[in-house]
Design a protein around this ligand. Structure first.
Ligand SMILES: C[S@@+](CC[C@H](N)C(=O)[O-])C[C@H]1O[C@@H](n2cnc3c(N)ncnc32)[C@H](O)[C@@H]1O
Length: 208
């Protein structure tokens, strides 16, 4: 299993619709959880109640949340997620094969919401709506752990169906929440296809 901090950023070159090329879950199943989720758990006093993993893909973060003690709702439009979930055979896991834009996040249900390398794949108008629903879905003192991509990320030039943000825009989405940790990861690397890529990722942990 890879523990390279940069390897966990190697998100798929996935495009919505029938031209989508490959399953990120297939490429990345059986890996370690993202280090941002590990870090977010350090802010959780009692890992109990419900957690939500949006764009759960290979379920690497979901597995960690289950191990920590949460009942987990995991949402992804990739059907492979369902078979990976079945293999986990954990009654506390509710695997939902759906588009996160259609998934109704129940208000104040979740102690922890995780969205790792998923939200940038939404159009800006959808992202705004989904983020509002995420914030509404956090229980009191609930924790949000998510990544967003900067306008300086090299994909900003060539992926118009994704959303890239300035740091001010990211912070503007979360003014109702208390920032616990906000870091930027900037480096030159490769994507999942081994194509050169300049990464610029905002890594956020907030509390309601
Ligand atoms: C780069 S992968 C990250 C997966 C996982 N969060 C991780 O870090 O291992 C992005 C995931 O989001 C899912 N995804 C992207 N847009 C989505 C949408 N609108 N609805 C549901 N899932 C979506 C993809 O199928 C994929 O599994």
């Amino acid at each position: 299993m890879s523990t390279d901090a940069r390897d966990e950023d190697r998100v798929e070159t996935v495009e919505p619709g029938p031209w989508r090329r490959k399953s990120y879950a297939l490429l990345r199943r059986g890996r370690q959880p993202n280090t941002l989720v590990v870090r977010a758990l350090e802010f959780v006093d009692q890992p109990s109640g419900h957690a939500l993993d949006l764009g759960a893909g290979p379920l690497n973060d979901t597995r960690l949340l289950l191990q920590a003690g949460f009942a987990v709702d995991a949402v992804d439009r990739d059907p492979l997620m369902l078979s990976l979930a079945a293999r986990l055979n954990d009654r506390r896991l509710n695997a939902i094969h759906d588009d996160i834009r259609n998934f109704a996040i129940e208000p104040e249900r979740y102690s922890l919401i995780v969205a790792i390398n998923t939200l940038p794949f939404l159009l800006r108008s959808d992202l705004t709506e989904v983020l509002a629903a995420i914030i509404g879905g956090l229980a009191r003192n609930g924790i949000l752990c998510c990544t967003l991509f900067s306008v300086d990320d090299s994909w900003a030039e060539c992926k118009p169906y994704m959303t890239f943000l300035t740091r001010d825009e990211v912070e503007g989405f979360f003014t109702e929440l208390r920032p616990l940790e906000f870091t930027e990861r900037v480096y030159d690397g490769v994507d999942a296809d081994n194509s050169p890529k300049h990464w610029h990722i905002f890594r956020c942990i907030y509390q309601k």
